[in-house]
Design a protein. Sequence first.
Length: 493
Amino acid sequence: MSEPIRTDAQVDHQVSLGVRLAYGVGSVSDGVKNVAFNAFLVLYYTTVLGLPGTLSGLAIFIALCVDAITDPLVGSLSDNLQTRWGRRHPFMLLAAAPMALCLYGLFTPPSDLSDLGLFTWLTSFAIGVRFFLTLYMVPSGAMAPEMTTHYDERTTLNSFRWLLGWMGSLTLASAGWFYFLADSGDQIGEGRLEASNYPAIGAFAGCMVFLAITVSTLGTAKVIPRLRQSQAQTRRRLFSFSRFMREIRTALNSHSLRVLLGSSIFAAAGLGVGEVLGTYMNTWFWEFRSEQLGILTVMQIVPLLVGVSMVRPLSQKMDKRTASIRLMLFAVFWGPLPVVLRLLDLAPENGNPALLVMIMAHGMFLVAALIQIGILSGSMVMDAIDENEFETGERHEGLFVSTLSFTAKAVSGFGSFLGGMILDLIRFPMGEAAAVGEVPSDAIARLGVVAGPGLILFYLCSIAFLSRLRLTRQRYDEIATTLEARRKSEGSS
C-alpha cells in the first residue's frame, strides 16, 4: 500500500512535545469529572444516601440539558473574543477554581436534607461542575485545529488529550478503591456504603481539576500568537444572538458534523450506562473487593498506552472513519462476553481468582478499542471544521468543538440518567438492604442483562451513523490544499 501524498498544508504547525503535554493535561479535568459522576456519584446519592435512582438520574439529565445551551454559547463566545491573551485562554483560566469548588460541594451535601433537598443540591452542583468544565473544555478543544492542519498530527494531538485525561481518571478511581472507599473488614463493599468516606473524594478531585486546568492554560499560552483567526472574525462583536443562531444553523448544515454528532451521542450513551452500572456490576454481580477494583483500575494503564500508541498507525493504514467502524464492531461483540458467559454458567464463580484474571484480560482489549474510537472521533471533528471553512468560508472551531464537548459530557449525563432509571426499574435495593449477599439474585441477574447484552443497541446505532461519513483522507487532502491556496491568496491581496 503506497504512502498517502502529503500536501504543504498538511505539514505546517507541527506541535512541540511541551505544548502537546500542556494541552493534554487539561483533559484531566474531564477524566476526573467522568469518574466522579459515573463511578461514585450515583452510588453515593442513590444507594448510600437513599435518593431514588430516577431522581438522581433526572438531576444529572437537567445539568446535561443546561450543557446543550451553554456549550455552543461558550463556543461562539470563544470564537469571537478579542483580548491580548487571545480568544480561548481567558475562559480556560476562569474555569479552574469554580469547578474545583463545585466538585467538592457535590460530595458534601448537608446530612439533614430531604429527598427534594438532596435532588436540588445534586442538580445545582452538577450544573456548576458541567458549566465550568465547559469554560475550559470548549475553548481548549477549539485550539487544536488551529494549532495544526496535518491529518495525522491531529490524531496525535488528540491522543495526548485522551492519554492524560484517562491517567487523571485512573488516578481518582485508584485512590477511591484503594484508599477512600477501601473495605476495612471482611464485608465486601462496606467502604462503598459509608457516607462519611465521600467528601474526601470530592476534595481530592477538586485539587486535581484545579491543578490540571491551571497548568494547561499557562502551558499553552505560548501558542496564542499563532492561533488562526479569520479576518472577518476580528471585526465582530463578542456576541450577537442573531449571529449565534446563524452560526448554529451553519454548523448543523454540515453533513459531517451531523453524522459525527449522532454517532457520538449513541456511543456516549452506551458507554455512560456501562460505566454507571459498572460499579454495581463489580460490587454485586462479580462481588469484587475494593482492592480488586483498584487492581482492575491500575491495569487499565496497559490498554491505555496500547490504544494511544496504535491509533495513529491504524488511521494511517486505512482512514479515521474505517478504523472507527471496525473498532466499534469489535466492541459490540467483545464487550458483553463476560456477562454472557456468566449467564450461561461458563464463567468462574465469584471469589475464584480466575474471575479477576478473566475480567482483567477482557478489559485490556475493550479499553484499548474504546480509547482509539474516542481519539479518532475527536480528530474527525477537527477535519470537519476545515471542511466547513472550505464550504462556507467561515471557521467556527469553538462551536464545532462544543458539540464534541457536549457528547463527551453525555458519557456521564445520559449514563447517569439512564443508569438511575434502570436501577429503579430492576428494583435494586438501597441502604442496608444493598449489602453484598442481601440483594435478591433476580435483581442481580437483571442488572447483568442490562449492563451486558443490553448495551449492544447503542453501539449499533452509533455505527449506522458513522458509516454515512464522507470525509475521507483523500477528501481532506483536497480540502487542505484548497484552503492553503486560499489563505495565501488572501494574504497577498
